[in-house]
Ligand binder design. Structure first.
Ligand code: SAH
Length: 310
C-alpha cells in the first residue's frame, strides 16, 4: 500500500468512528447479573449492599495501554454515558475528558509502592455509587482482567448483588509489542506467550522459574517488573534460559513518549539502571524481540493525520 493510500485509509477510519459515535444509539445494557451468583467474599461492601435492589450497574472497562486512540468503541460510548467515572493512574487524561460534564469523577490512581485509595475502599466506592442507581464506569488501564484487579472488583460487586459487566481493553503486552514492531508469537520461533506478574500480593515470590525458563520457544512478558528485574534475570538464567536471549524494555508503550530499549537477558538489569527506565514499563524476553523492525514505526495517528493535511 502506498503512503498516500495508507494515510487515506487511516483518515477514513477516523471519519467513520466520529460518525458512528454521533449517530449510534446508546449502548445496550446487557445482562443483569445481580443476585444470581454465590461467591464468597470477605469484602466490607458485600454485606452492606447485598440485599439492595439496585438499578445501577458497574462497567469494568479497559481503557487500553495509553494511546487514547486504542480504546474500543464500546468503552468510549460508556465513558460518555457514565454518571460516575472511577479511574486509575495509567488511564490517558484525554479519555477522562470524554465523560459528561456533570459526571462524578473519582481518581483512585495507584502509584508503585503507594496506594492512596486502598483496594477495599475502591470496591466500596463502586458498590455505593451503583447502589444509588448510577451507571458507574470503572476505567482501568489496559485490560481489566489482566493484572488489573478487575477479578477482585467483579467478585466484590457480584457478592454485593450489583450488576457488573466487563469491557475488554488492549493489554500492555499486545500494545508494546505492536508499537515496538515485534510480534509476541511467530510460527517458527515462539509458539506461546506467557504473561507474568513480577509483583505479588504479599511480596512472596511464587513464580515457577523452572517452568518459565524451561524452553526457549516461548515469549515471556513481565508486568510490573522494574523493581524485580535483577531477580527476573538471575532466575531465568539460573533455571536454564540462554543468557543471550533477546529482551526488550518498553516504557510508556503506545504513547507519544514511548521508549523501547533492546538488550539481552544477561544485560537486562544493568540496562534498566543505565537507561533509567521508569514505570510503566514492560519487560519482554524471547526470540521474537529480534524481529523488531524499528521504533520509528511507532508513528502516532495524529502525526499521520497532520501529514495528510500538509
Ligand atoms: N491491566 C493492565 C496492566 C496493569 S499492571 C494491562 O492490561 O495492561 C501495570 C503494569 O502494566 C505496569 O507496571 C507495566 O508493567 C504494564 N503497563 C501498563 N501500561 C503500560 C504501558 N503503556 N507501557 C508499558 N508497560 C505498561
Amino acid at each position: 500500500m502506498s503512503k498516500t493510500m495508507l494515510m487515506s485509509a487511516v483518515q477514513s477510519s477516523v471519519n467513520f468512528s466520529v460518525n458512528l459515535f454521533a449517530y449510534a444509539p446508546l449502548v445496550r445494557m446487557r445482562g443483569d447479573a445481580s443476585g444470581s451468583y454465590k461467591v464468597k467474599s470477605s469484602n466490607a461492601c458485600a454485606t452492606r449492599h447485598r440485599d439492595k435492589k439496585s438499578a445501577g450497574k458497574v462497567w469494568l472497562v479497559g481503557a487500553g495501554p495509553g494511546d487514547p486512540d486504542l480504546i474500543s468503541v464500546k468503552a468510549l460510548r460508556l465513558i460518555r454515558l457514565a454518571d460516575v467515572l472511577v479511574y486509575d493512574r495509567l488511564v490517558c487524561p484525554d479519555l477522562i475528558g470524554e465523560c459528561r460534564r456533570d459526571a462524578i469523577r473519582i481518581d483512585v490512581g495507584k502509584r508503585p509502592g503507594h496506594h492512596p485509595v486502598p483496594q477495599q475502599k475502591i470496591e466500596e466506592i463502586l458498590c455505593q455509587q451503583a447502589a444509588q442507581g448510577r451507571t458507574v464506569v470503572r476505567l482501568k488501564g489496559g485490560d481489566p482482567f489482566i493484572f488489573g484487579r478487575g477479578g477482585e472488583e467483579m467478585l466484590a460487586l457480584k457478592t454485593a448483588g450489583i450488576a457488573v459487566e466487563i469491557v475488554p481493553g488492549i493489554t500492555a503486552a499486545a500494545a508494546c509489542a505492536a508499537s515496538s514492531g515485534f510480534p509476541l508469537t511467530h510460527r517458527d520461533i515462539a509458539d506461546k506467550v506467557t504473561l507474568v506478574t513480577a509483583h505479588y500480593k504479599d511480596e512472596r515470590d511464587r513464580t515457577d522459574w523452572r517452568a518459565l525458563a524451561a524452553d526457549g520457544s516461548g515469549t515471556l512478558v513481565f508486568y510490573m517488573g522494574l523493581s524485580s528485574v535483577a531477580t527476573i534475570q538471575q532466575q531465568l538464567i539460573k533455571n536454564g534460559l540462554n543468557p543471550q536471549t533477546p529482551a526488550a524494555l518498553v516504557e510508556n508503550g503506545s504513547t507519544a513518549v514511548q521508549r523501547t530499549v533492546y538488550c539481552s537477558l544477561d544485560t537486562l538489569s544493568e540496562t534498566v539502571t543505565e537507561q533509567q527506565l521508569i514505570s510503566p514499563c514492560l519487560i519482554v524476553v524471547g526470540k521474537v524481540v529480534a524481529l523488531a523492525a524499528s521504533t520509528e514505526t511507532n508513528l502516532q495517528l495524529s502525526e499521520l493525520q497532520s501529514q495528510k493535511k500538509d
